[in-house]
Design a binder for this molecule. Sequence first.
Ligand SMILES: O=C(CO)COP(=O)(O)O
Length: 256
Amino acid sequence: MNKSLRPAIIAGNWKMNKLSMDTMSFFYDLKPLIKEAKCDVVVCVPFTDIATAAVASKGAKCKLGAQNCHFEPKGAFTGEVSVDMLRDAQVEYVIIGHSERRQYFAETDETVNKKLKAALAGGLIPILCVGESLEQRENGETLALLESQIKKAYEGIDAKDAKKIVVAYEPIWAIGTGKTATADEAEEAIAHIRGVLASLYGDTAQNISILYGGSMNAKNAAELVAKPNIDGGLIGGASLVVDDFVTIINAASAQN
Ligand SMILES: O=C(CO)COP(=O)(O)O
C-alpha cells in the first residue's frame, strides 16, 4: 500500500453553520496556521458564506468547497445551485451524496451519479460520501452496501474521471454522535471500498483518495490517518473550531 500515490486531504464540512462574520474570523485565524500544511486542506462552507470565504481565504493554503450542487446546468429549479455557479464563485470541491442529504433531502444513488457526472464535466472535484446506518452494520450489511453505493455512484464514469473523485466513508452512526468508528473498523471499510474501485478501475484505485468521516476530532485523527488506506478526513463539528481543525491537519501532515 503506497499512500504517496494519492494526496492526503483534510476537508471540513461546516454543514448549516456560521454567518459571514464567523467566516471572516475563521479564515483570518486559520491562514497563518496552515502555511506549512503537507496535506490538501478544503473547507466546505454553506452557499451563503462562499463569497465571504473566497475573499477571506485569499492566499491561504486551502481550497473552497460547497456541500451540494444540482446536476442540471441551469433552468427552472428553484432553490438549487449549479456547478457553473459554484465555479463562478471560486469553489473547487463539492460534497455529493452526504448521508444527511440522502436522509432528509431525497438524494438517491441515481441523483448522486448524475451530480458526480455534472461536477466532473464542470471541473469541480467531487467528494462522494458513502456509509452504512447502525441497523445495516448490526445486520452485517456494511460491506455489501458500500459496494452497491460505490458501483451505482460510478456508473458510466471512466477511469480518467474516477481518479478525480475523492471518496469519504462516513458511517451514519458515527456522524455527530461522538461515537467514532475504531481505526480498524474504518480501515476495513475503506480497504473494501478501494477493493471495489479496483474491481472497476484496476490500478487506478491506488490513486483515489479515500477519507474517513464521523466524529473525527483532534484526539482521534492521528490514529485514523495512520492507517494504510485512510487518506485523510471529512470533518464536521471539529472543523468549526480553528484549533481543532489545525490539529487534525497537522496529524495528516505528519503522515507525509
Ligand atoms: O458528516 C460529517 C462530515 O461530513 C461528520 O460530522 P461530524 O464530524 O460532526 O461527526
